[in-house]
Design a protein around this ligand. Structure first.
Ligand code: DC
Length: 221
C-alpha cells in the first residue's frame, strides 16, 4: 500500500505523514528532504544551484539515507547526519531551484520510486500523487492559509534557534514566493491530483488531520 501526501510548505504534510506512518507501522519517506539534501551537497561543493549539469552529477552520486529517528526522520548525506541543517532559508531556496530542473527531478523520481515500491509507505512531497506514484492507493492534498503556514514555519525555525533575525512577515512572504515557484514550474508543478482528497488544515490540529486520514484509509478504525 502506498499513501501519497502532497501539499505546499507549512501545510503540515510532513508531521502528518510521519504520524500516519507511525500509526500504521508504515515507512515514512519525506521527498522534500531529498531535494534539500541535493541543495546541501551542492552548497558544500560550491556548485551553483542553477548549474543543472553539475547539480545532476551531484544528485546521481550522492548517497541520501532517510532513517526513522525518535523525533522524526533523520537525513544522512554521504554518511553525515545533516538533519538539523536542512530547514534553513538558504537550503529552502536552493531546494526550490534544484527541484525545478528536469535532470534532477528524473534522478530523484527514480530514487523515490525505488524507495516506495516495497509498499507499506507514506510518502510526502509535491508531485507524489501526480508523477512519482500516480497509482498510489490513497492520495491526500493538504493545504492551509499562507499566513497560518508562515506562522507554523516561523515557530518551527524559532524552536530550532534558526529563525535568526527573520520575522514572521518575511517568512510569510518567503512561503508565498516558494508556493509560486513550486506551482508555476514547468515540470511536475505542485498541484492536487484529480483523485486526491483535499484537506484544509488551517483550523485543524495535527491530530485532527491524522485522525481524518486514518479514518479514510481504515474506515473501521
Ligand atoms: O517539502 P519541502 O519544503 O521540504 O520541499 C523542499 C523543496 O523541494 C520545495 O521547494 C519543493 C520541492 N519538492 C518538490 O519539488 N517535489 C517533491 N516531491 C518534494 C519537494
Amino acid at each position: 500500500m502506498i499513501i501519497a501526501i502532497d501539499g505546499p510548505a507549512g501545510s503540515g504534510k510532513s508531521t502528518v505523514a510521519k504520524t500516519v506512518a507511525e500509526k500504521l507501522n508504515f515507512r515514512y519517506i519525506d521527498t522534500g528532504s531529498m531535494y534539500r539534501s541535493v541543495a546541501w551537497k551542492s552548497l558544500q561543493k560550491n556548485t551553483a544551484f542553477r548549474d543543472e549539469d553539475a547539480v545532476a552529477d551531484i544528485a546521481s552520486k550522492v548517497k541520501i539515507e532517510l532513517i526513522p529517528g525518535k523525533d522524526g526522520q533523520l537525513v544522512f548525506v554521504d554518511g553525515k547526519n545533516i538533519t538539523d541543517q536542512l530547514k534553513v532559508e538558504e537550503i529552502s531556496r536552493g531546494a526550490a531551484i534544484v527541484a525545478a530542473q528536469p535532470m534532477i527531478r528524473d534522478i530523484m523520481t527514480t530514487q523515490q520510486r525505488k524507495l516506495g515500491q516495497q509498499g507499506k509507505v507514506v510518502i510526502d512531497g509535491r508531485d507524489i500523487g501526480t508523477v512519482v506514484f500516480p497509482q498510489a492507493d490513497k492520495k491526500f492534498f493538504l493545504d492551509a492559509d499562507p499566513k497560518e503556514r508562515g506562522r507554523r514555519r516561523f515557530i518551527e525555525l524559532k524552536g530550532k534557534g534558526q529563525s535568526g533575525s527573520t520575522d514572521l512577515p518575511t517568512i510569510i512572504k518567503q512561503i508565498i514566493q516558494r508556493d509560486h515557484e513550486d506551482r508555476s514550474r514547468k515540470i511536475a508543478p505542485l498541484k492536487q491530483a484529480k483523485d486526491a482528497i483535499l484537506i484544509d488544515t488551517t483550523h485543524l490540529s495535527v491530530d485532527q488531520v491524522v485522525e481524518k486520514i486514518i479514518q479514510i484509509i481504515t474506515p473501521s478504525s
